[in-house]
Write a protein that binds this ligand. Sequence first.
Ligand SMILES: NC(=O)c1ccc[n+]([C@@H]2O[C@H](COP(=O)([O-])OP(=O)(O)OC[C@H]3O[C@@H](n4cnc5c(N)ncnc54)[C@H](O)[C@@H]3O)[C@@H](O)[C@H]2O)c1
Length: 326
Amino acid sequence: VDIDMPHVLIAGRIHSSGLALLKATPGFTFDLVDEVSAAAYLPLVDKADALLIRTQPLTAEVIAQAKHLKIVSRHGVGYDAVNVSALNARKIPLTIVGDVNSRSVAEQTLTLMLSTARRVIAYDAASRSGNWNERNTFSAVELDGKLLVLLGFGRIGKAVAKLAQAFGMRVAAHDPYVKAEAMKELSVEHLADINSGLARADFLSVHIPSTNGEALIGQVELAAMKPSAILINTARGGLIDELALDEALRSGVVAGAGMDVFVIEPPRPDHPLLTNMKVTISPHAAGLTKECAERMSVMSVQNIIDFYKGTLNPALIVNAKDCGAE
Ligand SMILES: NC(=O)c1ccc[n+]([C@@H]2O[C@H](COP(=O)([O-])OP(=O)(O)OC[C@H]3O[C@@H](n4cnc5c(N)ncnc54)[C@H](O)[C@@H]3O)[C@@H](O)[C@H]2O)c1
């Protein structure tokens, strides 16, 4: 290892575009560990100046062993597996990649709305099993002209509104931190509280941060909705109460649901929603597109390059204050 050349440890396989960027940038050497585990990168940390890390833990013990470490770049936006105070003690910045997946999550939200409304899964199964006559149930519904109620109007909520409007939907949103005027500019109706949208919603989709287990939509809220309503959760498990939703679907209180997230992931094999054919399910995959993997790879490498060039965006440094970068 050249003492003047920053040595990068890429801990876990990343999209090839990020590697190509690093190779094309003069002045860096690097090690690449394919496996995403703490054990796999540990033997290489002592010679790393920069560490690019996937989802595996970065503990205080490992940070102590990384004697030359000057920058840690997360391949993503969450950093619950990183011991930030151990980094702060040595004024080592921790970077994240910024908004890379709100469009991917918004697309998946529309995917779940469309596939539930148009009964994609049920029609596919019927077509393959010889039940062509399923078409005569006239059970699919359209998005056009329907009211979509959004709970949470942040990055993802806004992106969903735009896509839904392209399908001819009317959109209303509740978000205590977004002004009515800001919604109006996007042709979105402002809802003062959650309840005011429930009885009118044809579709309801949640886009707020986790409330630590407290459901926003439970039995009472479900009972206030139309029997034709379709609910979507691509935010965090539990924002829509899973057992209350299952019960409401089975008893006809609401019509359908699309779920990307669960309280316990993966859901236990006996979870009632797994056998409920009124639900379309995806495995917490709303943000996991090829394009998103590429953006995370390129941006997490770029943050390391920018750090050495002195052009790192402070907004992407998690501990800017504590490491003196602010
Ligand atoms: N399924 C996935 O793979 C995936 C990927 C990325 C993000 N997410 C989740 O999507 C959700 C939204 O992410 P985002 O990037 O849009 O976040 P964001 O911070 O941009 O927006 C969240 C919005 O929710 C609002 N809010 C907070 N509490 C509220 C409440 N009680 N009622 C109404 N609005 C409330 C906030 O004011 C904010 O505007 C988060 O839960 C996030 O974890 C899921």
